[in-house]
Design a protein around this ligand. Structure first.
Ligand code: FAD
Length: 81
């Protein structure tokens, strides 16, 4: 007999890079989800010169509802000729 309460979906996201965190934000919108995020690194550090985001990336961030927060923390690179 089906239960009136839908079973909780257990999801493990492995890694806190852009892919893992984007997935976690999207999955957290699902109802009745037990979402856990795992990261093997002992601490999170800045690597590289920055993060460049292309148009599709901005569209995904808009869908996730984080575009304005990311935009507020970002800068526009100057064009060098
Ligand atoms: C040296 C370097 C410099 C870069 N500089 C730039 C830059 O300036 N601008 C830019 O746009 N892009 C840059 N990139 C590319 C950018 O880092 C990648 O495109 C982006 O990080 C990919 O995201 P991701 O989520 O797929 O993977 P990742 O960012 O690699 O995230 C994967 C995460 O999973 C964790 N993980 C892996 N295995 C496990 C496990 N078994 N259990 C738990 N956790 C696990 C890792 O520790 C990591 O935190 C650079 C890459 C490198 C290597």
């Amino acid at each position: 007999m089906p239960s009136a309460i839908s079973p909780q979906l257990r999801i493990a996201v492995i890694g806190t890079g852009p892919g893992g965190l984007s997935s976690a934000i999207a999955l957290s919108e699902l109802p009745n989800v037990d979402l856990r995020i795992y990261e093997k690194a002992g601490e999170l550090k800045n690597l590289g010169a920055g993060i460049s985001v292309n148009l599709n990336g901005w569209k995904v961030m808009e869908l996730l509802g984080i575009r304005d927060r990311v935009n507020g923390a970002s800068t526009n690179p100057t064009v060098q000729r």
